[in-house]
Write a protein that binds this ligand. Structure first.
Ligand SMILES: NC(=O)c1ccc[n+]([C@@H]2O[C@H](COP(=O)([O-])OP(=O)(O)OC[C@H]3O[C@@H](n4cnc5c(N)ncnc54)[C@H](OP(=O)(O)O)[C@@H]3O)[C@@H](O)[C@H]2O)c1
Length: 254
């Protein structure tokens, strides 16, 4: 088996559906032991069983990333079970839908609690452990934050979401700079639209279909379209890639 991530331990937040579930499968297929984290642990267990049946290593951990105090214990539990963490995928996210004239302070705060604060403390707690466990010194430390095209493109009706993803993109650059000397690579992906539970309702509706027809290629992306970038930014070749915010959108924003 082609296993560039053998001996690496990866954490994926928001691994109970959509992109996080997909990333977990891909990382495990490339040899990483994967700690899947989210609130819906029953769904994590199904994916863990599937990864193990395919010969991979995985474990499920309950985590609400909006609870900043819960992140460190979840990472410690993952290390105790799987070994020193070297890859952290901060993927958990919510849509934060709401027209600007209508969105409530509660929805705004809930969006930022997951999409921004959860990513920051996920990255910070992972970095602390990568420094302590020798993975940073060994040149293996990779943090990948999942932003969105909303970080740099206007998505109407999604002010909270776009603002949160712009924060993720800029936070990624700051963290990359702060941890440059310690050899922790921090990068972000800005995917275009991929149908998942986050947006399935939108693409089933007329508005979503109209939006799709407005893109140059008139199609949604597939989660597999992110695989090469995922593996590049988590793999051995990314030691000299840090502070990059990479858009992968099949031309949706052209
Ligand atoms: N799909 C797209 O078109 C697209 C495009 C660009 C970027 N993204 C980004 O990709 C990431 C994944 O989205 P997706 O499309 O895969 O959506 P999804 O299918 O709805 O998955 C979202 C994941 O986030 C988890 N999550 C939500 N709140 C959480 C919390 N408080 N604590 C821990 N986990 C939480 C959910 O798990 P639980 O509910 O079980 O906790 C779920 O596993 C998000 O950051 C999203 O913004 C998606």
């Amino acid at each position: 088996m082609d296993a560039p991530l053998k001996q690496r331990v990866a954490v994926v937040t928001g691994a109970s559906s959509g992109l996080g579930q997909h990333f977990s499968r891909i990382l495990a297929a490339k040899g990483a032991a994967v700690a899947l984290m989210a609130r819906r642990t029953d769904r994590l267990q199904t994916t863990v069983a599937e990864i193990r049946a395919a010969g991979g290593t995985a474990e499920a951990f309950a985590l609400d990333v909006a609870d900043a105090d819960a992140i460190a214990p979840a990472l410690d539990a993952a290390q105790a079970s799987l070994g020193p963490i070297s890859i952290m995928i901060n993927n958990a996210g919510v849509g934060g839908e709401g027209a600007a004239l209508e969105i409530t302070p509660e929805t705004w705060d809930a969006t930022f609690a997951v999409n921004v604060r959860g990513v920051f403390f996920g990255a910070r707690e992972a970095a602390r452990r990568m420094l302590e466990n020798g993975e940073a010194a060994g040149g293996h430390a990779r943090i990948l934050n999942i932003a969105s095209i909303g970080a740099h493109t206007v998505l109407p009706g999604l002010a909270a979401y776009c603002a949160s993803k712009a924060a993720v993109a800029q936070m990624t650059r700051v963290l990359a700079r702060e941890w440059a000397r310690q050899d922790i690579a921090v990068n972000a992906l800005c995917p275009g639209y991929i149908e998942t539970e986050l947006n399935a309702h939108w693409f089933a509706a007329e508005g979503g279909q109209k939006q799709l027809k407005g893109w140059p290629r008139r199609r949604l992306m597939d989660a597999h379209d992110l695989d090469e970038a995922l593996l590049m930014l988590t793999g051995p070749g990314a030691r000299h890639i840090t502070g990059s915010v990479i858009t992968l959108d099949d031309g949706q924003t052209l």
